[in-house]
Design a protein around this ligand. Sequence first.
Ligand SMILES: *[C@@H]1O[C@H](CO)[C@@H](O)[C@H](O)[C@H]1NC(C)=O
Ligand SMILES: *[C@@H]1O[C@H](CO)[C@@H](O)[C@H](O)[C@H]1NC(C)=O
Ligand SMILES: *[C@@H]1O[C@H](CO)[C@@H](O)[C@H](O)[C@H]1NC(C)=O
Ligand SMILES: *[C@@H]1O[C@H](CO)[C@@H](O)[C@H](O)[C@H]1NC(C)=O
Ligand SMILES: *[C@@H]1O[C@H](CO)[C@@H](O)[C@H](O)[C@H]1NC(C)=O
Ligand SMILES: *[C@@H]1O[C@H](CO)[C@@H](O)[C@H](O)[C@H]1NC(C)=O
Length: 459
Amino acid sequence: MGSGLLILLQIYLLFVSFSTSALGFQTFHVVDVRAFTPRNVCSGPKDLERRVSIKPGLKIVDRHGPCSTLPPVEKLSLEQILSNDQSRVDSIHRRTSAVSGKDKTSSGPLTTSQVTAQYGGSYGISDYIVSVGIGTPSKTLTLVFDTGSDITWVQCEPCQHCYMQKEPKFDPSQSSTFTNVSCNSAQCTGISFGCSGSSCLYGVKYGDGSFTLGYYAKDTLTLNPDVIQNFRFGCGQNNSGLFGEIAGLLGLGPSSESFVSQTSDKYQRVFAYCLPALSSSTGYLNFGSSTNMSNTERTPIPQYSNPQYYYITMTGLTVADQPLQITSTVFSNAGTIIDSGTVITRLPPDAYQALRSAFRQHMTQYKMAPSTSLFDTCYDFTGYDNVTLPSVGVQFSNNVSLNLDPNGILVFNSSIGCLAFASNRDPSDLGIYGNVQQRTFNVVYDVPNGEIGFSPEAC
Ligand SMILES: *[C@@H]1O[C@H](CO)[C@@H](O)[C@H](O)[C@H]1NC(C)=O
Ligand SMILES: *[C@@H]1O[C@H](CO)[C@@H](O)[C@H](O)[C@H]1NC(C)=O
Ligand SMILES: *[C@@H]1O[C@H](CO)[C@@H](O)[C@H](O)[C@H]1NC(C)=O
Ligand SMILES: *[C@@H]1O[C@H](CO)[C@@H](O)[C@H](O)[C@H]1NC(C)=O
Ligand SMILES: *[C@@H]1O[C@H](CO)[C@@H](O)[C@H](O)[C@H]1NC(C)=O
Ligand SMILES: *[C@@H]1O[C@H](CO)[C@@H](O)[C@H](O)[C@H]1NC(C)=O
């Protein structure tokens, strides 16, 4: 035990000096605990100059931080965020197991195949927003963006039942370019939610019970400086749920009605984002091949016949640079998606147990705190100025290896920090690479080349 600790200490000293030589991964992070706490002022991405000819360059902000121009709404507790996250994950699991033919619980009345999408409705650590313009003249609306949803929608006047939002609601009668999607058009058939007279209807119910209903429409979408004519989106007249005071949602999923598919001529289905680690910093969301940065490590997107999500092939995990002993079928039996809207990464049970056990072995100097919500590996860091964490690495096929930011390893609730991963219940449940683990990486979705790329320290 004592000598184990000594060896650990030596490894630690070794790698602190190693890390300065920029050779490979750091084995341990020594992190000032304040690094986990948002500042009161907003700061921009780390190195704007490295990103060339970004278009259209939407700023991503956490709606609760000082970078948001929306008024503060009541911040959800960590419990609520994690409970909403679990609802989203359950809904993704129901949806994907239905596709693979495995039985799960039945869907609600609105969850017919094509129109269903998931949005956890989570805020705080999960809620990333961007501003776009809709209509002529263009009205600025702030939307949550979600790679796990397809249909873009905004609340529309006249509302039958709308929640409160900060910006004035979109009023189609004030836009000279607004038209309805006709009921007998191919796009309406794709939505398959029915018609009211000649109007095409849409409806989306999300994993947490939130929903949006209305008619399907077209108008000009402005992503500064680009203008997309006849963009199809839902004009939501009956919307309810955990959307805060956001005007709607930007759907970045792979299916045919998503923003990514509709703009494929312009942006070739290539986009990239960086999710900021803290609410006091900003990230970005960019579209087009100029986002195809050469220094990303790229992993193939495995192809499925009817993909609703972006799949990715997870192959392994490391703790303190040591590969964990996880049979490769543990990952391949479950499969994995990458999702901007799921907060905490979900791993197959065997993979999670290996991670937890290795992580705990490196954290014995800290006092454990009780399990809470999704987390069973928590530490009480009261009184510590800094924390020494083992590095955590995630491997994807094609030898892609990501060394997570400390903010992707621990989630803090005041002085309690928990390992920010969770186990799936069933070994066959889909793994999900969530947004906490994506923080600070440039994540490139290059759909035509069937690749997802990552580069670290982008925001
Ligand atoms: C966060 O901390 C508060 C106060 O210490 C506690 O009541 C709550 O249960 C904690 N939440 C989680 C998810 O651990
Ligand atoms: C809104 O949709 C819900 C769910 O379908 C329905 O129960 C309710 O009657 C609708 N309200 C209005 C005003 O359309
Ligand atoms: C679009 O359809 C909706 C729902 O039927 C209707 O209220 C609205 O007037 C239509 N708008 C236009 C511009 O045709
Ligand atoms: C992205 O980069 C790769 C390699 O650098 C190249 O082969 C590919 O064509 C690029 N894709 C786009 C859409 O520009
Ligand atoms: C960590 O904190 C301790 C005291 O709390 C201090 O002595 C030490 O220098 C700090 N280490 C780093 C790397 O900041
Ligand atoms: C994978 O990466 C490791 C370390 O970065 C390297 O040593 C190894 O040769 C690579 N393997 C392949 C097949 O590229």
